[in-house]
Write a protein that binds this ligand. Sequence first.
Ligand code: HQG
Length: 186
Amino acid sequence: MSALTREQVRMSRRISMILRHRPESAGLTLDPQGWVPVADLLAVLRIERGELDAIVAGNDKSRFAVAAGPDGVDRIRASQGHSRRVDVDLGLPPAEPPGVLYHGTPSANLPSILRDGLRPGSRHHVHLSPDVATALVVGRRRSADVAVLRVDSAAMAAAGHVFHRSANGVWLTTDVTTEYLSVDHR
Ligand code: HQG
């Protein structure tokens, strides 16, 4: 994977903001599954297709997906992470999760999480990581003092909770109640 330049990282953040949170700020409307025509996004960003492709390919978490629509026109969407205020259904099929998943969070959130469970907050889903290393990276976005929670996803799945796996490997579920949570380390 090629590293992005600073300018490309800045552009990538802007694309995340548009495709996950505020499409209207760029005059764009997402389709019900979250896609917009690539050409429309290029016009907003005033960049060439090659530059967008480099940003998509070099993105450290493969945040964006590009695919031809039924009409043959190339479209782009964010693979996960949309705000609840953006009415998008990615249409991901239910998936059988691994037996254990992880969630990294600032240690300061622990008392509240152990009382109320994991909530999706402003997003559509709670985001879970397949391993501790990934969970640590997610938590460190917000704090140097990170705790990692273990999620008993096997028991959740057995109890009928639905999981989805995003195109870039993030596990998504609606919420995680406290009975399925334990502190892996803090
Ligand atoms: C916390 C990144 C107190 C939760 C990552 C988290 C991910 C609670 C914060 C994606 C709580 C929400 C999402 C409760 C949850 N009490 N705090 N009851 N329930 N929280 O950003 O999981 O780089 O919405 O622990 O890789 O940190 O953007 O969720 O700290 O996939 O592509 O509330 O964002 O991807 O924060 O991260 P977020 P997240 P990108």
